[in-house]
Design a protein around this ligand. Sequence first.
Ligand code: ADP
Length: 625
Amino acid sequence: MASLSLKHIFKVYNGDVKAVNDFSMDIKDHEFIVFVGPSGCGKSTTLRMIAGLEDITAGELKIDNEVVNDFEPKDRNIAMVFQNYALYPHMTVYENMAFSLRTAHVPNDLIYEKVTEAAKILGITEYLDRKPKALSGGQRQRVALGRALVRNPKVFLLDEPLSNLDAKLRTQMRTEILRLHERLKTTFIYVTHDQVEAMTMGTRIVVMKDGYIKQIDTPINLYKYPNNMFVAGFIGTPQMNFFDAVISKEKDIVTYHLECGTKITMDYTYTNKVPLKYMDNNKKVIFGIRPDDVRLKSNKYTNDGTWISLKAIVSVIEVLGGETIIYGNLNLNTIDSEAGQIIIKAEPDSLIKRGDIIDIELSLNKFHVFDKETEESIKKRIPINNIINCNIKNNNLIIENESLKLPKVLNVSDINNTEITIPVKSIMLGSGPLTAKVESIEQIEDKVLYYLKINDLILFAEEQMKKYKIGEVVKLNIDLSQVSIPEKDIYPINLENSLNGSFIKEKVNKKEYKFYIKIGDIKISPTNVICEKLFTCKGHKIFNTPLVYRFNTLDIVVTKNSNLCKLKGNIIEVYDYGNKIFSKVNIEDENIIIEYNGTINEEVMLDINLDKVTIIDKKIDIIIV
Ligand code: ADP
């Protein structure tokens, strides 16, 4: 039984090979977590850091709420199973399994009890007297599991345990490992490069690429709601179909113009999560649809209007028995070209051959859209931004026919039809100058997504609780400090402050040193936690390391008490957004933003919550605290 917390974990080899970057996640007791991704993406390194076989360069690893970064592997109560089994060849199966218990001086009769019990669970009782070389691959892997099992670990770590087995045995062992997980009720973390293994085993999956987490989610959510093209392409077989496209919108009709020439036209409601700015017939996007969400047109299916009909020319047919995979092309003139290629999952008995022109249908409820440049999904389950067009007139922001008075700080000349980005989280429901009607409500896990209609425009708002009903008219306000109007050079107030600095020591007497966070000429006494983390990560090199101290605006307050004062500065600008007021403070040639109603030239003493500060090693750009 164990929960784990990984916070900003980094692994840097040889000073500059960043194998794992900013890995953060919480793992609940009894979860079956799978790390999946192509070879070299940092899966094993992360697992080995959890096991204690590899030092953690920076970050914090907790097991059951205890920081274990400095614990020896044997003190972490973790067992690891490796791909190559790592059995002792000269010992019998019994001795292999008993080995860790013997070194822990467990009495013989208890060892016997544990080993025979584990052997029974794993079905290897009859092999206990054999040496590993007299066992098959599957049996050896069971012994490796048994060796972990006898120790009653809090966490099981498994590094590609099935890679050396043939396909049939692998499927069988998968089920056995899942059964073991169910029986032991402990936490499992499992590394594999095989997405099928990941999908069938994990309660949650961490998809990694080039040392970064690309998405953490349940198997079904990764499949249905991939956050980016990498996850979309990596999860699911055959792979998702991708098409280069641009999008246009004419009143309520949206058309995806695929580069291969095909047009996919639909009502706006099917695609209203895609920001309008992409519907300019110019911005490059990728239209994605899974082979499972395309079907052969047939009178077996009734089309309720949510499927769109297209034609394709067939190039290759793969008969798999239970189903048939058809490779076709949407461009009927280019049977084998890559552009326009579409994979379709069809019924096993489809009588189709190369060169046939077939009628297919795509589900309008299931397609995906990605920004071609960033490869991020732009049809996210919960959109991040509302990107809309509006007018500015007499210092009012006009959204459709609703108007919102702009504060002085956003005073800009009139403009028509300009793009404005309003984060979904910046829309506050309940009161305010704008009025909208609740068009639709979607409960997405623990969040509620409101579709708010102002005339023809849909605005998304995210709330924790369901407070309004469909059809209800609600008042709303916008946190204007977070909007951008690029044409007027207006960008959100940056709530993350960064100051350059270092960490220094000063001699107090012959034996004692005092340590300080140094920003310009200012010295701040660090907390013990900060000192400990800096030394753990960098040792004495910390004194020569350029650092960036980063803190959130909300973690800085103006104080009148000079004992609490950590930084001092002068206000050089004030931004009054109406419902929030911010001041820009100059500190030793650098500026930070605080939420404070100040006056220009005012000197302010600032208290910072040092428990919340983030410290970055500037040279290699990793978070060390
Ligand atoms: P995966 O398990 O996903 O295949 P690894 O965690 O083994 O990936 O490796 C991640 C990256 O770290 C790779 O680029 C690999 O070359 C590098 N790496 C792994 N171990 C070491 C090491 N001991 N020294 C230097 N680089 C390493």
